[in-house]
Design a binder for this molecule. Structure first.
Ligand code: C5P
Length: 406
């Protein structure tokens, strides 16, 4: 059921818009509140009056209408929703969303929102197959936007093929499952490591690496959104603290190991931190001075504790699901498969960090999930996704495997 859920339905200009009064009715029957935004082209296919009648609310249709702005600004419209659903989503509105264009109320609400967005594309098969549309969809999916359909069938234009908007019951089912996913990890405890570590050379200098913490922080946020009680143990980063997550800030690998130990017991451990493999054996107590004629210092390194391997081997304190990361520059999958065994973890998320790919510090990630299924290694190649979308997908997979505590 969708009791109390607030859906902002954005209707753009396709023939399938005629199905939207029925969509509103079905969503409301399930307990949702539906508020409609109609684009100018959309209003050629369905009248504001019909949508207003079925939603029992005002229909919003013009960004520059003073009445709308004084009653309800475009920012407020998207803030007041739990989900933005674009149905039908034409090739045009998908292109505007991908490019970040905001030239009417619908696209402005879509650009201003911090809520989840689903799109139900509807267009002629040629437009659907066009490289521009496919590229726009890949961009949107990379940002975590979910797509419902389209399906194959007869088109209003007389052609047959992909591009028909999904049927109303299928759209309702997708919305249902979107909300059903909420709090799928309620009662579970999760531990996530993130960021680099800093290994002191002396009180002012340290050894570090290029990890930004973006991926680990996004994973902690995604697990918390699914209801897991999440502790994020992070090395020094500039990433904002994710909401509803207990954040423990550490500097070195040894601090990180201690903080992780304190965070047990946990059901899930995701080690996304780029932990320094070595530390300086004996950091200087005072700043090392350079001076005329004095020799350059020699750093003796010793190996750091392997936090992932320690967690995976922690006996009855071992989290049920231990997930590691493998940052590789060559033979990404083969090396990651070997690493899963060497570390004793359940899954490995392998990512390509060769400089050409720009994973470190960037917003996107190309990963492969290496898991075990029926005693066999299973490799899933994920498309290039934003780090946030990788996090959502991983959290979803974790929830599929563990579920909530009943
Ligand atoms: O051995 P490598 O550094 O490639 O392994 C990467 C994985 O191991 C990541 O999940 C990382 O968080 C974890 N790791 C760790 N402690 C270390 C080194 C790596 O937890 N000292």
């Amino acid at each position: 059921m969708l009791d109390g859920k607030r859906i902002l339905l954005i209707v753009s200009g396709g023939i399938a818009a005629y199905k939207t009064p029925e969509l509103v009715r079905r969503l409301r029957e399930r307990g949702a509140t539906v508020r409609c935004v109609l684009t100018r082209a959309g209003s050629q296919f369905v009248t504001p009056l019909s949508l207003s009648a079925v939603s029992e609310d005002k229909v919003y249709d013009d960004l520059f209408s003073l009445t709308v702005e004084s009653e309800m600004g475009h920012i407020q419209l998207s803030r007041d929703a739990d989900l933005l659903l674009v149905a039908p989503a034409t090739a045009n509105i998908l292109a505007k969303m991908a490019a970040g264009i905001a030239d009417d109320l619908a696209t402005t609400a879509l650009l201003a929102t911090d809520k989840r967005v689903m799109v139900a594309p509807a267009m002629n098969v040629r437009m659907w197959e066009h490289a521009a549309t496919q590229a726009n969809l890949a961009t949107l999916e990379g940002r975590g936007i979910e797509r419902i359909g389209p399906v194959e069938g007869d088109m209003a234009c007389g052609e047959w093929g992909f591009g028909r908007m999904s049927d109303v019951p299928d759209i309702v089912a997708a919305v249902d499952s979107f909300f059903g996913r909420g709090r799928r990890l309620a009662g579970r405890r999760a531990l996530v490591t993130s960021g680099p570590t800093h290994e002191a050379i002396d009180p002012v200098r340290y050894l570090a690496n290029r990890s930004s913490g973006k991926q680990g922080h996004a994973i902690a946020a995604a697990l918390a959104r699914l209801g897991a009680e999440t502790t994020l143990v992070t090395g020094p980063t500039h990433e904002p603290e994710p909401p509803s997550v207990t954040v423990v800030r550490v500097e070195s690998a040894r601090d990180m190991r201690r903080a992780c130990d304190k965070a047990l017991p946990a059901d899930i451990a995701v080690c996304a931190a780029a932990v320094a493999d070595w530390r300086v054996a004996e950091p200087a107590g005072a700043k090392i001075k350079k001076g005329k004629g004095s020799a350059s210092p020699t750093l003796t390194l010793v190996e750091n504790p392997d936090i992932l391997a320690t967690l995976a081997a922690s006996g009855n304190r071992r989290p049920r699901l231990v997930v590691g990361f493998a940052a590789e520059t060559d033979d990404v999958v083969a090396n990651a498969i070997a690493k899963r065994v060497a570390k004793g973890c359940d899954w490995i998320v392998a990512n390509d960090v060769s400089p050409a790919v720009g994973t470190f510090g960037g917003d996107a990630n190309t990963v492969h999930l290496i898991a075990m299924a029926n005693g066999e290694v299973e490799v899933e190649d994920w498309p290039r996704l934003s780090k946030q979308a990788v996090a959502e997908r991983l959290a979803d997979r974790i929830a599929d495997t563990l579920g909530a505590v009943s």
